[in-house]
Design a binder for this molecule. Structure first.
Ligand SMILES: [Zn+2]
Length: 114
């Protein structure tokens, strides 16, 4: 890919820069809370301080869908029990979040075609 060429267009350059920054940034470690987590490869993150490895987003440590699932699970843990109805509710919520992300990606695709 031609990195910073006029033909790329501002939208693509901005998107590329945003991803590149998220990808190379250091994140706070969920285990030892030091800002030392770096990306190894797609979806894999490693803390350089305590050597813990984490599964995360492809280009950032946590994704909006991941944060939503984690919040829902912790809410249910606080309540103490998970019923079948609650599981169905979570699945529906995660599905709608995934659809929203998909729509967002498709919008990007159509913008590229123009
Ligand atoms: Zn750590």
């Amino acid at each position: 890919m031609v990195k910073f060429h006029v033909r790329g267009g501002p939208r693509l350059r901005k998107a590329y820069t945003k991803i590149q920054k998220a990808k190379t940034a250091r994140y706070a470690c969920p285990s030892c809370s030091k800002v030392a987590v770096k990306r190894i490869t797609v979806g894999m993150w490693k803390c350089r301080s305590c050597n813990s490895e984490f599964a995360g987003g492809a280009y950032e440590l946590t994704t909006p869908t991941g944060r939503l699932s984690q919040r829902l699970i912790s809410d249910l843990r606080k309540k103490g029990a998970i019923s079948k109805e609650e599981i169905e509710k979570i699945e529906a919520e995660i599905e709608s979040a995934a659809k929203a992300a998909e729509n967002f990606a498709q919008e990007g695709e159509t913008a590229k075609e123009k």
